[in-house]
Design a protein around this ligand. Structure first.
Ligand SMILES: Cc1cc2nc3c(=O)[nH]c(=O)nc-3n(C[C@H](O)[C@H](O)[C@H](O)COP(=O)(O)OP(=O)(O)OC[C@H]3O[C@@H](n4cnc5c(N)ncnc54)[C@H](O)[C@@H]3O)c2cc1C
Length: 491
């Protein structure tokens, strides 16, 4: 097949540098003895087709380049929570073979820093995203239930904790906003209540909001542990390697895409070690790196594409064995909602040169994970692809938490030096606050699922279902129109 190569500018940059990774290519053979059957662990709405496959995965050596070539139905670029759950969806819901490529490994991107709350308390019923939020929640609950039904513990496998969530305010104005929010959540059919200062004394004794304070409470909300969940999903995907339907190409950056001169379709993903041909779909799920990848792909065609995803840096402070504070629920301050949706100032650039108060914020989020670690967040900064720890941000996170939990003021951050971990990740920020889940116009076999900012863990399962339904031309559970590429592309 005649093809041309489009070279990508290095998509993965850490501190402006392209990391050099060794190559790890795994065709996993054999099924781990402690393996959880992914067929059982999929949600009830996903049907596993037990068809035997015709051989779909072939390998060969590209003589001119010395690179190996392999053929799959679906090639996914990016093995964060979005790429991995998309792979899972195809493996469980179709008979297609899947390859997943990552410049590093699954938790190297935003996913490894995720706090893990899958909450509805800060969501607005009736907005464009509501349907996808609710569908994703439904799928997460179904997954946890199926794990439980297999005799496994969702706490151990996913870090699943059904603590309920609270959105808290300290002033009369904030409480009036929280009460309206509770009304809206009730009207949308959720269980929700407003807790006054007095109610909170028994529900969350360490929380001090003052006499005017209160909280919107959703008792059914839950959290996961992002790293455990990723490990579980990976393990389930690897089950399909034995039948030649799944392979991971980690520590292999996608460097270019091969395009057919005749059809214009993208036929393969070129990595540093392999050429991965795709028979059905190539899906870009590379989080905040997806923009440069798509830009370079499209640059030689008649389509103008500016996929405006930007890295929005976030810090989390994780404290081991912290005895001074116990949390019964997951908490978030009301200000988080505004900080999250704050739009870019027109002067802000990726280099971070226009980084200012408008584009930097710290709002209190507090959870306790399944191992009893206190997890405090979170910050939002537009400082390009920089992932260095900024101690001043950690101090701000600690001090902000102290305003809600005064007991923390009795402990200095220095004392915690040995028991703390800082996680930094780059959220894939979209100016309109929505991910894109769609095919790339005029390139029928190329798709994108990226731009989930601070809610990629929450929306992962619904996103995976949606993109798989688009590729397979299956009916949708959720209207995909709000996530269309057409909203951002100029043709
Ligand atoms: C501090 C913090 C707290 C958060 N808390 C929550 C939360 O509580 N709940 C929630 O729902 N969400 C949360 N999020 C958001 C969530 O983590 C992200 O939305 C989600 O992880 C995005 O997943 P992704 O797969 O799109 O991107 P990523 O996880 O960033 O994955 C992208 C992958 O693409 C790979 N890649 C890049 N370039 C290339 C290339 N050229 N070739 C091959 N691979 C490439 C990278 O190595 C990376 O592994 C949080 C984020 C942060 C930073």
């Amino acid at each position: 097949m005649a093809s041309t190569t489009l070279t990508l500018t290095p998509a993965l940059k850490i501190n402006g540098v392209v990391p050099r990774f060794g190559s790890k290519f795994h065709f996993y053979g054999g099924i781990p003895t402690d393996y959880t059957n992914p067929i059982l662990s999929c949600s009830s709405s996903i049907k596993h087709r037990n068809n035997r496959l015709k051989p779909v995965c072939s390998a060969g050596l590209n003589r001119s380049s010395g690179l190996s070539s392999h053929t799959f139905d679906v090639v996914i670029i990016g093995a964060g929570i979005i790429g991995l759950t998309i792979a899972r969806q195809f493996l469980l819901g179709s008979n297609l073979s899947v390859a997943i490529v990552d410049a590093a490994a699954p938790c190297a991107g935003a996913t490894g820093a995720g706090q893990g709350y899958i909450w509805k308390v800060h969501r607005d019923p009736g907005t464009e995203k509501w349907e996808l939020v609710m569908r994703s929640h439904q799928l997460w609950e179904a997954l946890a239930e199926s794990i439980h039904n297999q005799g496994l513990d969702p706490v151990q496998t996913l870090g699943w904790k059904k603590t309920g969530s609270m959105l808290v305010g300290r002033t009369a104005n904030e409480c009036s906003a929280l009460k309206s929010r509770v009304e809206q959540l009730l009207e949308a059919g959720l269980e929700a209540s407003f807790l006054s200062h007095d109610d909170l004394q028994s529900e969350e004794p360490a929380l001090m909001l003052g006499s005017e304070g209160g909280a919107a409470f959703v008792p059914d909300d839950y959290q996961i542990d992002a790293r455990r969940t990723v490990a579980f999903i990976e393990k389930g995907n690897r089950y399909f390697a034995a039948e030649g339907r799944y392979a991971e190409f980690y520590y292999e950056q996608a460097t270019s895409l091969l395009r057919s001169e005749c059809s214009g379709e993208v036929v393969a993903v070129q990595t540093s070690k392999n050429t991965l041909y795709s028979k059905k779909a190539i899906i870009v799920a590379a989080g905040c790196w997806s923009g440069s990848m798509l830009h370079d792909l499209i640059s030689n065609s008649e389509i103008e594409l500016d996929f405006p995803v930007k890295p929005r840096k976030g810090h989390l402070l994780v404290i081991e064995n912290f005895k001074s504070l116990n949390l019964n629920h997951g908490l978030m301050e009301l200000g988080y909602v505004n900080h999250k949706s704050a739009t870019l100032s027109s002067s802000t650039s990726d280099s971070g040169s226009a980084y200012d108060a408008h584009t930097s914020s710290v709002s209190m989020t507090a959870t306790m994970d399944m191992s009893g670690r206190l997890v405090l967040g979170s910050s939002r900064q537009l400082v390009g692809f920089n992932t260095e720890i900024d101690e001043s941000v950690i101090t701000q996170i600690w001090e902000r938490a102290g305003e809600f939990f005064p007991i923390l003021k009795q402990v200095s951050l220095k004392e915690l030096n040995k028991s703390r971990e800082v996680r930094v990740g780059l959220r894939p920020y979209m100016p309109d606050g929505k991910p894109v889940i769609d095919h790339v116009p005029r390139i029928s076999n190329m798709f994108v699922a990226a731009g989930h900012e601070g809610e990629g863990l929450t929306l992962a399962l619904g996103t995976a279902e949606m993109i798989a339904n688009i590729v397979l031309s299956n009916p949708q559970k959720v209207d995909p129109a709000p996530y269309s590429m057409n909203t951002i592309i100029a043709v």
